[in-house]
Design a protein around this ligand. Sequence first.
Ligand SMILES: CC(=O)SCCNC(=O)CCNC(=O)[C@H](O)C(C)(C)COP(=O)(O)OP(=O)(O)OC[C@H]1O[C@@H](n2cnc3c(N)ncnc32)[C@H](O)[C@@H]1OP(=O)(O)O
Length: 145
Amino acid sequence: MDEVKTGDDTADPAAARPQGDLTVRTIAMPADTNANGDIFGGWVMSQMDQAGGIAGVERAQGRVVTVAVDGMTFLRPVRVGDVLCVYTQVVGTGRTSMRIQIEAWARRFRTQVREKVTVGVFTFVAIDDEGRPRPIPPAAPGLSP
Ligand SMILES: CC(=O)SCCNC(=O)CCNC(=O)[C@H](O)C(C)(C)COP(=O)(O)OP(=O)(O)OC[C@H]1O[C@@H](n2cnc3c(N)ncnc32)[C@H](O)[C@@H]1OP(=O)(O)O
């Protein structure tokens, strides 16, 4: 699989910046809370899956499905009123599959404070109209991988 290196911003959290393109931006609502009053991890994963799907469709120029999720880490809770911003970056492609690094950041309610809340690498497979894997087309010039 062709892979690209991604930035490691763990050394200096104060200097941390989202990696990738802003793909989904949405607000966390009361209906998405768990018994603790925080937002369900499943809701955050769903937003990440949708963002990965958008990035995957763009890269694969057609339908894709999620086949695997690796290294999902919930770093901080998301709270009602936070703006969830999901960033995506294609970090590797195989014949029919793509690995997309996805970061979710929360802009805290009524502040400009931004925190990384969840990260994971999702694998999507390009599929044809019958749901069978199809080859990923070559990347557009200047884009990698
Ligand atoms: C169940 C759900 O609703 S989950 C949510 C939505 N997702 C889905 O519905 C997807 C359900 N799964 C499927 O339809 C099928 O498994 C498919 C179409 C994704 C893959 O079909 P398969 O017959 O397994 O295809 P195949 O074995 O050729 O693998 C296709 C690619 O996926 C990759 N792949 C398959 N399984 C995995 C896995 N668990 N992890 C990472 N990559 C995988 C293969 O390495 C291959 O990549 P490559 O062509 O780049 O080398």
